[in-house]
Write a protein that binds this ligand. Structure first.
Ligand code: AMP
Length: 289
């Protein structure tokens, strides 16, 4: 099996915490492939597409240089690699949410970034860290560490750390807390500005968008008196407008509408209060809007 120079290439993380959700999303978008053992790439079934399995921190450069046409990666890594302006941010993927933050030891007396002037900061995202302190005009001594950033303060190596934080639990367990949030991040689909096959890239993006919209929404069906339809449409307006069909009783109609998954129960309460009945929720797997 060879990598065709003209075939579109999608770079996927071969390890780390984004690997599983990224692979799952790709499969949900109907991209099927069989990766042999430790193969570095696989051909997608029925598409002129090679899926590359690479280290997450290599993905931004591979896409920026055009060695891959697209890639799934944390936006923090795109920033860190200095590739923000060389790739297109095609689609936010709604997983891998985290923040790059400055954290200090509880009880250290350090309350703001300026208090760190002249102190030592340990970070793995060294480029983003240095850029941040430069922007803040706060001179610090930065040391680069790989992994276990949290322990550096306890070991006396640093006064503060800059690290990715999701819930803050790991920080708390290590007696640290956030004093400043530098930026937020999530997994994204990035693309080279001039991909090998723009049409295929657009199709893949649309497919992923369809899965994500479906994940974030759910389909509500209900019956309502026509006289109350306008009020119900205000509660759940849908994307364009709800689908309304006649019922045998001319005073009533049936409505189908997509609603944000997070708000579905609250919306059902409101529809019921307006007089809707037979309110049903159906999960959606894919959609194109
Ligand atoms: P990895 O180092 O390959 O396991 O993946 C780290 C990536 O996951 C980062 O580049 C972020 O985009 C994302 N991420 C989300 N939450 C966190 C977290 N709490 N710590 C580290 N990385 C996180």
């Amino acid at each position: 099996m060879r990598l065709d120079r003209k075939q579109t290439r999608l770079a996927m993380p071969s390890k780390g915490r984004l690997m599983e959700p990224a692979t799952e999303l790709l499969k949900a978008a109907g991209v099927k492939f069989r990766r042999r053992d430790r193969a570095l790439y696989a051909h997608a079934t029925g598409l002129d597409l090679a899926v590359l399995f690479v280290r997450p921190d290599d993905i931004p450069v591979l896409v920026a240089e055009g060695a891959a046409d697209m890639g799934m990666v944390g936006w923090d890594l795109v920033r860190e690699a200095g590739c923000k302006r060389r790739v297109k941010r095609l689609q936010d993927l709604d997983f891998g949410h985290c923040r790059l933050a400055v954290a200090v030891r509880d009880g250290s007396g350090i309350r703001k970034v300026r208090d760190l002037r002249g102190k030592t900061v340990a970070a793995s995202m060294i480029r983003s860290t240095k850029a941040f302190f430069r922007k803040e005009r706060t001179k610090v001594h930065c040391i680069e560490v790989n992994g276990s950033v949290e322990i550096m303060v306890a070991l006396g190596l640093a006064d503060a750390i800059v690290d990715l934080v999701q819930t803050g639990d790991t920080l708390r367990e290590n007696g640290l807390h956030v004093v400043h949030e530098i930026s937020s991040s999530q997994a994204v689909l990035i693309g080279h500005p001039k991909p090998r096959d723009p049409k295929l890239c657009a199709t893949l993006r649309r497919r992923l968008e369809g899965v994500l919209t479906a994940r974030q929404h759910t389909l509500l069906e209900y019956n309502i008196r026509r006289a109350h339809l306008k009020r119900a449409e205000k509660v759940a307006p849908g994307f364009d407008s709800p689908t309304v069909s006649d019922l045998e009783d001319p005073n009533w109609c049936a409505v189908k509408v997509l609603v944000p998954r997070k708000r579905v129960v609250e919306i059902m309460d409101q529809l019921e209060a307006i007089g809707a009945s037979a309110i049903l929720e159906t999960p959606v797997n894919h959609c194109r809007l």
